[in-house]
Structure formats: C-alpha cells, structure tokens
Design a binder for this molecule. Structure first.
Ligand code: PMP
Ligand code: GLN
Length: 381
C-alpha cells in the first residue's frame, strides 16, 4: 500500500461544503455557507457574454489584465484616497482564498510564527501549516470579540513573521476601528512583521461605520498584503475572482508564488469587471442593501430565544443559543438542518480546539422570503 504523508491531518471536508450539502439533501433553508441566494447584476453577465463573444478567451496576463488592474487602482484611490500602481502593486487572482494563500506563502518559511486571531476563517491555518509555519493564536473573547492588543503584543516573538487581520470579520461580524489600526501600528513598528489583511467584506459595513482598510494607515500599508474579493461585492461568489494590493516589493514576492499556483485568472470576467468597477453605485449601495437584510433577519428572530448583538459588518449574524439547549454547536447545527430545515454554521469550527461557546452563524445574504421563513421557524425553538 502506498503511504500518504500526513498533510493537514486535522482537516476534514470544510464545514461550508458539509453544511451546504446537508441543507440540499434535507431541503433546508440554507443560511449556512456565505453566498447570496440571489443573482448578480444582469449587466455584469451581459458584459461577460460580450467579451466572450469578442474572443477574450485565452490566458490573461499572469498579474491580471491591465484594464482591470487600472480600474481597481482607480476605484481604490476613489474610495480610500490611497494609491497603488496598477503595473506592479495590483494583482488579480482566483479568489481571496488564493490571495491569502499566496501572501502567506510569500512570507512564511518553515518555523516562522503567524499570529491568527480566533475565531479565524477556515483557510488561514492550513495556509500557514502548508508552508511549515506555526500558527500562534490570540483568542477574541465573547461577547464583543474585540482584539486585546496586549494579548497580541505578548504573543510576538523573534520568529513572528506575520499577523492575519480580518475586518469586517467572518464569522463574528465585528469591524476594526481607527484605534485598532493605531494599536497594531504601535506593536509592529520597527519589527519584521507583515500584515495579511483579509478585507473581502470591505463594502458590507453597517450603522454608519467606515471600513478601516490597512492601506489607509501609511505605516501599516508598507507591510500589508490587502486581500479582496469581487465575489462578495458583486454577488457572484462562484466566479472566484479576487485581488491583492501590496507595495511593489511585496507584490513581486506575491506574484512569484501566484504564477505557480494558478498562473492567471479567468479572462472574460476580468474584462467585464474592469468596466463594471467604473460604476461606483454597485458597491456604494451595498452596505445599505445588506443592512436591510440584517435588520430583516434580526426582526424575524427577535421573539426567538436566541440572544445576539447586531452584526457590524459582513453578511453574517452570530447568535447565542445558551437559553435553548446545551448541545454541542456542531450537533445542534446538524439537528436543526434535519429537523426544522434551517441550516447554519457552528462557530466552534473557527477555533483551533473547537471551543464551543454555544454560538451559531447565520448568513443573511438571502432573499427576504427565505429570511422571514427561516426566522419564523427559529422562533418556534
Ligand atoms: N475570507 C473570508 C473572511 C471569507 O468569508 C471568504 C469567503 N466567503 C474568503 C476569504 C474567500 O473569498 P473567495 O471566495 O474570493 O476566495
Ligand atoms: N466564506 C464563505 C463562508 O464563510 C464560504 C466560502 C467557502 O465555501 N469556501 O461561508
């Protein structure tokens, strides 16, 4: 028998795959995996069609087509008043998952430590492990999940190579403040520590708060890989197109990896996005759009026995079920999918040791009817 080496021994199939399959098998309302239940703009699909018919069907340049890199650099300067050079500081990749993997691979060597804030999105730890790095965890404490920067400072050693940051946060829906950026800058100043900033929900932020991108702090910008995803912003998660914005030398290191992971990203979609990005209304209206969804879901579960504070960003709402049952969150998520036909994600999967705080994550990027129906059912628990 051939012996397979023990790669990622702790990783089974991702929870998103498991729960979406279970939801489909059970005919449940799928509020588990984070993707919209509604379609992207028809204008966007028409643009893709047009460019496919025009023959834009061969490999794109390794770093992305120039028109999209330029559009993205212009949009970034419009939104954040920060400049990245489209030629050597903007890279288009196949989803933020690839951006995160390439950024981690670009900076992490065997034995290096990477600080992860948990709960942490599920692809971070494998990216560190696959590079022989050592994840070092700082736990965000319920109920507010604020970052304790003293805790972060205490975990830094001579081997710390990077810190992963995610705002707005999946799964807990918190967002960084200006003070957080200042605290982080104070911690990394004078040290060889990179920042890998997962900002895929940059345009989904509520109650009048502003997204504090890593790029808006000059000291942090120079050491940051800012990773984004068009999938969240334009309701087409299945296209898997993302990007990385980083200073020239960091981008060069990033591209050295990207060129051997996927080499380049799907071509006609890039042309379509290059045009679509020039219309700011599509991302400018997103926060309001999702705030309405958040509020609708919250209203729908208001009279339930779940406890929650409204999410500040992302398209997720976490709720505590402590007053309902003391079951393990994974078991509860499976049981609810099977018995009451509402699927969610157990928050313990985002912790290294599967810490169970009796929390479930619901995705509210769903049509209103589904949010109402799911809410109605959850109120009966
Ligand atoms: N980071 C976070 C926090 C996410 O929630 C997701 C996916 N929902 C990703 C990264 C991956 O994005 P993509 O689908 O563009 O790979
Ligand atoms: N990021 C999405 C979520 O958190 C899922 C993406 C995936 O399935 N890999 O639900």
């Amino acid at each position: 028998m051939l012996q397979l080496p023990p790669k990622l021994p702790y990783a089974g199939t991702t929870i998103f795959t498991v729960m979406s399959k279970l939801a489909a098998d059970e005919g449940a309302y799928n509020l588990s995996q984070g993707y919209p239940s509604f379609d992207c703009s028809p204008k966007l699909t028409e643009l893709v069609n047009r460019y496919m018919k025009k023959g834009c069907n061969q490999y794109a340049p390794m770093s992305g087509i120039p028109a999209l890199r330029e559009s993205l650099a212009e949009k970034t300067s419009r939104v954040y008043k920060v400049n990245y050079h489209p030629e050597d500081e903007v890279t288009i990749v196949s989803g933020a998952t690839e951006a995160i993997f390439c950024a981690v691979t670009a900076v992490v060597s065997p034995g290096d430590e990477v600080i992860l804030l948990e709960p942490a999105y599920d692809s971070y730890r494998p990216a560190v492990d696959m590079n022989g790095g050592k994840p070092v965890y700082v736990t965000l404490r319920a109920p507010d999940f604020k970052i304790d920067w003293k805790d972060v400072r205490d975990k830094i050693t001579d081997r710390t190579k990077a810190i992963m940051i995610n705002s707005p946060h999946n799964p807990v829906g918190t967002v960084l403040t200006r003070k957080d950026l200042e605290d982080l800058a104070n911690i990394v100043r004078g040290k060889d520590i990179f920042i890998i900033s997962d900002e895929v929900y940059e345009h989904i932020i509520f109650d009048g708060m502003d997204h504090q991108s890593m790029m808006t702090h000059p000291e942090l910008k120079e050491r940051s890989f800012v990773c984004g995803s068009f999938g969240k912003t334009y309701h087409m998660t299945g296209w898997k197109i993302g990007y990385c914005l980083a200073p020239k030398e960091l981008t060069a290191a990033f591209r050295r990896i990207h060129q051997f992971i996927t080499f380049s990203t799907v071509t006609p979609m890039q042309y379509a996005l290059a045009d679509f990005l020039k219309e700011p209304e599509h991302y400018e209206e997103l926060s309001e759009f999702y705030q309405r969804k958040r509020d609708r879901f919250i209203r729908a579960i208001e009279s339930s026995r779940f406890k929650f504070s409204p999410s500040s960003g992302s398209f997720f709402q976490i709720v505590s079920y402590r007053d309902i049952t003391d079951e393990y969150d994974y078991d509860l998520a499976v049981r609810l999918t099977k018995e009451i036909k509402v699927a969610s994600i157990p928050v313990s999967v985002f912790y290294k040791d599967k810490k169970d705080d009796k929390l479930l994550r619901f995705c509210f990027a769903k049509d209103d009817e589904m949010l109402d129906k799911a809410g109605e059912i959850l109120c009966r628990l």
